[in-house]
Design a protein around this ligand. Structure first.
Ligand code: UDP
Length: 458
């Protein structure tokens, strides 16, 4: 038992409610593990469908289910009706779960919820519990959404650029797509703004970032909300490249091809491999997929490319077979293990927030090829603020050409431009490690939260 755990007589109990997609489950689960190490009892509330498809969770985190109203899977239901039904059925089943846990001698003290489900804090308050919102996007993106929500940033946006306190000047193409073009994905604009619905009721507001990364905007947001950074939510064992002991991703929607990837990487030279992934949701157009494939070939680097099975048919014919000497294509990989591997020298990424934070924290230079949502904003910061990569330019049709892909990869891995990027990569890796180490900015915020729960309980 952890020392800190021994000191706690009555374990405070947090119920953790993620939005059921990979990029939101991972950081919630990692925060849960960190809290659990500090003697907090954790119950993860998973939707019934997710729990059915999950691998077993090990360790001290219990899993209970609630319903989103689609226990057999939501299929291709649109976002708006999905969210409405989730709110209706979820409110009731979350309430029932809290009662059940109370009646079985495991009363909950605090609900940590994903603000994509803003009704959860209302349920928590009805039960007299502490509410903690956990934002899984960057503080900068939070601030843009918050300003739109408050009407301080008016949509439709002006033509060229926007000014938001605490952020660099943003071109319209740097702004999250749901704000830039509110009709592009019905329901998404409302979803990202609704994160701030009821947030005033939350006692804690956590963000998966670290103070040193986004100081100015965090200070600005702290004027309005009790924002605390608690990231990066990456197990600290990855931050110094020691062999990870805890490989569990937990509730992984896809199954990683771990052995194949690691054995293949073990045979490569340090900093020689390009790792390519566009996360769990983004779908590339056929033309973009083709350009990417030939761009990798043109770069003459070894590559490990994650192509989800639903995307496979877009690969050029026989590309995988013909590339087998230089490249490995898998349908899912253990991304943290891959980024932590010394063979990986460049990450071609969509710049989802988790992937961005993981690459920053593990010191892997990036080539950003953003697709939608907050990825263009993250790319802007990767290139111009943290200077840890290059955003690949698109042509007039919105496509990143094969020549651009190959040239960006070479810039990052070989050319002078890459030297500064590599230096910054070392710097950010160090800063990330410090933030989560004992006494670091994120560690202190987590400690404060734990102490507050513990003192309420004693
Ligand atoms: N991921 C993974 N294996 C893969 C690709 C991605 O484990 O082959 C993980 C990655 O480490 C990250 C998450 O999936 O934690 C993707 O989240 P992100 O925010 O980057 O993108 P999203 O999937 O939400 O677009």
């Amino acid at each position: 038992m952890d020392k800190r755990e021994e000191n706690i007589v009555h374990k405070p109990h947090c119920l953790v409610l993620p939005y059921p997609i990979q990029g939101h489950i991972n950081p919630m689960l990692q925060l849960s593990k960190r809290l659990s190490h500090r003697g907090i009892r954790i119950t993860l509330a998973a939707t019934k469908h997710l729990f059915k498809t999950k691998q077993q969770l090990s360790g001290s985190i219990s899993v209970e289910t609630i319903s989103d109203g689609y226990d057999e899977g939501k299929g291709d239901v649109d976002l708006e009706p999905y969210l409405a039904r989730f709110e209706q059925v979820g409110t009731q089943t979350l309430s029932e779960l809290l009662e059940k846990l109370g009646n079985s001698g495991r009363p909950v003290d605090c609900v940590i919820y994903d603000p994509f489900l803003p009704w959860a804090v209302v349920v928590a308050k009805k039960h007299g519990l502490v509410g903690a919102a956990f934002f899984t996007q960057s503080s900068s993106v939070n601030s843009i959404y918050y300003n739109v929500y408050k009407g301080q940033l008016k949509v439709p946006l002006p033509d060229k650029e926007i000014i938001v306190t605490g952020l660099p000047l943003l071109k319209i193409s740097d702004v999250p797509s749901f704000v830039r073009d509110q009709d592009s994905h019905p329901g998404s604009f409302e979803l990202v703004l609704n994160q701030f619905r009821n947030v005033e009721e939350a006692d804690f507001v956590f963000v998966n970032s670290f103070y040193e990364l986004e100081e100015e905007v965090i200070d600005y947001m702290a004027k309005f909300l009790p924002v605390k950074t608690i990231g990066p939510t990456i197990p600290s064992m990855y931050l110094d490249k020691r062999l990870p002991e805890d490989r569990e991703y937990g509730l992984s929607v896809y199954k990683p091809d771990t052995n194949t990837c690691m054995e293949w990487l073990n045979q490569r030279q340090p900093d020689s491999v390009v790792y390519v992934s566009f996360g769990s949701i983004a779908r590339l157009g056929e033309e973009q997929m083709e350009e990417l494939a030939w761009g990798l070939r043109l770069s003459k680097k070894h590559f490990l490319w994650v192509v989800r099975s639903s995307e496979e048919s877009k690969l050029p014919k026989d590309f995988a077979k013909e590339s087998s000497e230089t490249g490995l294509i898998v349908s899912w990989c253990p991304q943290l293990d891959v980024l932590a591997h010394e063979a990986v020298g460049c990450f071609v990424t969509h710049c989802g927030w988790n992937s961005t934070l993981e690459a920053l924290s593990l010191g892997v230079p990036m080539v950003a090829v953003p697709q939608w949502t907050d990825q263009s904003t993250n790319s802007k910061f990767v290139m111009d603020v943290w200077k840890m990569g290059i955003r690949a330019k698109t042509d007039d049709n919105g496509i990143v050409s094969r020549e651009t892909i190959a040239s960006c990869i070479r810039d990052v891995m070989e050319r002078e431009r890459g030297e500064e990027i590599k230096k910054n990569a070392v710097k950010w890796k160090e800063q990330a490690r410090k933030a989560v180490d004992e006494g670091g900015s994120s560690d202190k915020n987590i400690e404060e939260f734990v102490s507050s729960l513990t003192s309420n309980r004693l």
